[in-house]
Design a protein around this ligand. Structure first.
Ligand code: AMP
Length: 191
């Protein structure tokens, strides 16, 4: 299925990734997979994964690469994604996860279409997260996640740039303005 979209959305927590991902998935007919949502569901259900993830998520840390790579490998092999394509939100978050994603897709005979960096400055995302009042959004956890993002995830932008996959989209503006920018960027890549 060469026509399916297979993309990654990167951006600091609070950049609007989740909201925009829902709209992108709807517009392009691909499946939105948020690893944060997968983990939150596991915590809510009290599964083994949920038990491991709960404490880590609460402290703002990262769940281990092996666990995350296993979750994504299983999900990407499912028929719906093979057929309709994927928008990954919250993964990869480390260099090891990026390598794993490339390997997982290659094994399925697929490759990424693009990676979008939804760019919003630290001060702005911090304010947004404090105001959304999610349970794991304590000031300490927010700061830890933002620091981890700079440390581990921001270097991924270089990884994607080196692979010729990176597009940066300005994340300030109304939801629709940002979506229109994303839409155009993706369409350009699909041409
Ligand atoms: P998110 O909803 O993407 O902000 O994710 C919420 C939390 O889930 C993060 O702070 C991490 O603790 C954990 N998490 C989500 N995705 C990953 C991932 N790809 N690797 C490691 N931890 C993750």
């Amino acid at each position: 299925m060469g026509g399916s979209l297979r993309m990654v959305i990167l951006g600091r927590q609070g950049s609007g990734k989740g909201t925009q991902s829902t709209r992108i998935a709807e517009a392009f007919g691909c499946i939105h997979v948020s690893t944060g949502d997968v983990l939150r569901a596991a915590v809510a259900e009290g599964t083994e994964l949920g038990k491991v993830a709960a404490e880590i998520m609460e402290s703002g840390g990262l769940v281990g690469d092996d666990i995350m790579n296993g979750i994504v490998a299983d999900r990407l092999a499912k028929d719906d994604i093979v057929e309709h394509g994927i928008l990954l939100d919250g993964y990869p978050r480390t260099a090891d996860q990026a390598d794993a994603l490339e390997r997982i897709l290659a094994e399925l005979g697929q490759s990424l279409t693009l990676a979008v960096n939804l760019d919003v400055a630290v001060a702005e995302v911090r304010a947004r997260m404090l105001s959304r009042g999610r349970e794991d959004d304590t000031p300490d956890a927010i700061d830890r996640r933002l620091a981890l993002y700079e440390e581990q995830t921001a270097p991924l932008l270089d990884w994607f740039a080196q692979h010729g996959l990176l597009e940066t989209v300005e994340g300030l503006g109304t939801e629709t303005e940002v979506f229109d920018r994303l839409h155009e960027t993706i369409l350009d890549r699909l041409d």
